[in-house]
Design a protein around this ligand. Structure first.
Ligand code: AMP
Ligand code: MG
Length: 491
C-alpha cells in the first residue's frame, strides 16, 4: 500500500478535455495552514495506506501548497439553475481539482474546497470557513456510513486567516474525493456548444456509464441514443438518491442543478440538515424562504433538475419526446426505491398495496407530534413488544396507539420471527445521525484545535446502526435550547 505522496499514480483525464472546460491555475495558499484531521477510512477505501496522512507532503497537498505529483490543477466551469432560475455561468469559485489518483480501487479525483479565488469566483472570496468545512467533512462520512452515495472527505486543513461572513471566521480547506465532480450544470453549461457537449458525454459514458457506450464498429455512433441511455442512468440514480435522503430525514438545502452529481452522489454540503423533530415541510436552509428545497419537496425537485439536464441534450439532436419518455421513468424509479427503503425500515417482507396508507399515516403521526425522525424509526423495532414505551413518546398517545395497532396487524400478516425482524430493522434504522447540535459541538471544539469530537462522531457515524455503550448523549434529540440551530448559505 502506498504510504508516500511521491509514489501516488496520478492521471488528469479532466484536464485532457478541451480548454473550454476549465482554467488551469494554482490554489492560493493559506497563511500557516495546519492539517487538523485526515480520514483513515477514506484513505483505506481509496486503496491507500492510512500512513499516507503522516507524510509531510500530504499536508502540503491538502493545504494547496503543493500539487499532486504530475497533477494538473484546475478550476472547472459549469452553469446551473439556482432556486429555479437560470443563473448562467458558475464554476469552481473556490475549489481546485488536483488530479486523479489511480489505485487498486479505482480513479479518485482529489479536489480542494476553500483554496482561493478562481475566474469563477464572481463576488466570492474563494474561501470556506472552518464551520462549514467541518460540517462538510462530517456529513460526507455520515452519509457514507448510512450507505448513501456521496463524495468523500479526505482531509481538513485549518488556518488563522480571517474570512468575513456575518461575523469574522477563519479559513479552512476540505479535500474531497470522488470519481468525478461533473454536475448537471456542467452539461447545462455546454447546452449550446454541441462539440463540447459531445466531448463531455463521451467522457462520462466512457468512464461511468459503459452500458451506454456504442458498439465498437466503424459506423457513426448513435449520439442521441447515448444521451438517452446516459440520462436514463442519471434518472435512476437520482431517484434512488432522493429516496435515500427521504428515508434518513436528510435535507440538502441547496438542490440547485450545479449541486447535482451526474453519478447520483450527494455533493456540495452547505446548509444541509438531518431532521430532529419531524416536519414534512422542514426547511434546513434559512435563506430558502419559499421552501423550494423543503424535505418533502426534494423528490420533485430532483425530477425538475433532471428536466434541466435533459434539456441540455437538445443540441445533440435528441428528440424532445424521447427525452420526456426517459424522464417519465423517474416517478416509478423513485417509488420503487422509496418502497424498498420503507419495507426495510418497517421490517416487512415486501411492499403490499395497503402499505402506502400505513406509511403516509406514519409520516402524519410523526409530523403532528413533531416526533424525532431517527428515534421514532429506531424504536419501532421494539414497539410491538413494548407498546407503552413507544406510545408514551408521542403527544397524541391515542393516535400513536391506533397506528401501532395497525402496524402490528401488518407484521402479523408477514409472520416474521420477532428477533429476525428486529435485527433487520436495527440494521437499517440508525441510532446516530449527524444532528446539527452534534456538528456544532465538533465545530466549537475544532475551533480550539480539539479534534476529539470529530473523532467521536466519525467513529459513531461509521457504523451508525451499532449502539455503543457510553454514547447515549449522541443518540438523543437535541436539548430544547439547541433544537432550532439555523444554517445559512454563507459558508
Ligand atoms: P453553492 O450553492 O454553495 O454550491 O455555490 C454556488 C456557486 O458559488 C459555486 O459556483 C461556488 O463555487 C460559488 N461560491 C460559493 N461560495 C464562494 C466563495 N466564498 N467564493 C467564491 N465562490 C463561491
Ligand atoms: Mg455548489
Amino acid at each position: 500500500m502506498i504510504e508516500h505522496v511521491r509514489d501516488l499514480r496520478v492521471a488528469n483525464s479532466y484536464a485532457e478535455l478541451p480548454p473550454a472546460f476549465y482554467t488551469k491555475l494554482r490554489p492560493q495558499p493559506l497563511t500557516n495552514p495546519r492539517l487538523l484531521h485526515a480520514n483513515p477510512d477514506v484513505l483505506r477505501d481509496m486503496g491507500l495506506s492510512p500512513r499516507l496522512a503522516s507524510d509531510p507532503d500530504f499536508a502540503q497537498v491538502c493545504a494547496g501548497n503543493a500539487p499532486l505529483p504530475n497533477g494538473n490543477t484546475l478550476a472547472a466551469v459549469y452553469s446551473g439553475h439556482q432556486f429555479g432560475v437560470w443563473a448562467g455561468q458558475l464554476g469552481d469559485g473556490r475549489a481546485h481539482l488536483l488530479g486523479e489518483v489511480i489505485t487498486s480501487t479505482g480513479h479518485w479525483e482529489w479536489q480542494l474546497k476553500g483554496s482561493g479565488k478562481t475566474p469563477y469566483s464572481r463576488m466570492g472570496d474563494g474561501r470556506a470557513v472552518l464551520r462549514s468545512s467541518v460540517r462538510e467533512y462530517l456529513a460526507s462520512e455520515a452519509m457514507h456510513g448510512l450507505g448513501i452515495p456521496t463524495t468523500r472527505a479526505l482531509a481538513l486543513v485549518v488556518s488563522d486567516d480571517p474570512v468575513y461572513r456575518e461575523t469574522v471566521e477563519t479559513a479552512a480547506i476540505v479535500t474531497r474525493v470522488s470519481p468525478t465532480f461533473v454536475r448537471f450544470g456542467t452539461f447545462e453549461h455546454f447546452s449550446n456548444s454541441p462539440a463540447e457537449q459531445r466531448a463531455l458525454l463521451d467522457y462520462v459514458i466512457t468512464r461511468f456509464y459503459p452500458e451506454c457506450r456504442p458498439p465498437d464498429n466503424d459506423g457513426e455512433p448513435d449520439v442521441p441514443g447515448m444521451a438517452l441511455c446516459f440520462l436514463d442512468g442519471v434518472v435512476q440514480r437520482t431517484a434512488r438518491l432522493m429516496a435515500d435522503w427521504m428515508t434518513v430525514g436528510f435535507c440538502h438545502g441547496v438542490m440547485n442543478t450545479d449541486n447535482m452529481s451526474v453519478l447520483g452522489l450527494t455533493i456540495d454540503y452547505g446548509p444541509y440538515g438531518f431532521m430532529d423533530a419531524f416536519q414534512a415541510n422542514h426547511i434546513c436552509n434559512h435563506t430558502d424562504t419559499q421552501g423550494r428545497y423543503a424535505w418533502n419537496a426534494q423528490p420533485s425537485v430532483g425530477h425538475w433538475n433532471l428536466y434541466r439536464l435533459a434539456g441540455s441534450f437538445l443540441s445533440l439532436g435528441v428528440e424532445p419526446d424521447a427525452l420526456r419518455e426517459v424522464l417519465d421513468g423517474y416517478e416509478a424509479a423513485f417509488l420503487d426505491a422509496y418502497h424498498r427503503n420503507m419495507v426495510l425500515k418497517f421490517g416487512l417482507r415486501q411492499w403490499e398495496d395497503g402499505d402506502q396508507q400505513l406509511a403516509d399515516d406514519w409520516w402524519k403521526l410523526l409530523h403532528t407530534n413533531q416526533a424525532d425522525f431517527t428515534l421514532s424509526f429506531r424504536e419501532l423495532a421494539d414497539a410491538p413488544e413494548i407498546p407503552d414505551a413507544f406510545v408514551s413518546r408521542f403527544a397524541d398517545q391515542g393516535a400513536a396507539r391506533e397506528w401501532l395497532d395497525r402496524y402490528i396487524v401488518r407484521l402479523q400478516r408477514d409472520n416474521r420471527p420477532v428477533e429476525e425482524r428486529k435485527a433487520s430493522m436495527n440494521g437499517v434504522n440508525p441510532v446516530y445521525v449527524l444532528r446539527n447540535h452534534l456538528a456544532q459541538q465538533a465545530i466549537e471544539a475544532a475551533g480550539q484545535g480539539d479534534v476529539s469530537e470529530i473523532d467521536t462522531l466519525l467513529m459513531l457515524l461509521r457504523d451508525p446502526y451499532y449502539e455503543r455503550p457510553g454514547y447515549d448523549a449522541f443518540a438523543q434529540a437535541p436539548p430544547p435550547s439547541a433544537a432550532h440551530i439555523q444554517v445559512s448559505c454563507s459558508s
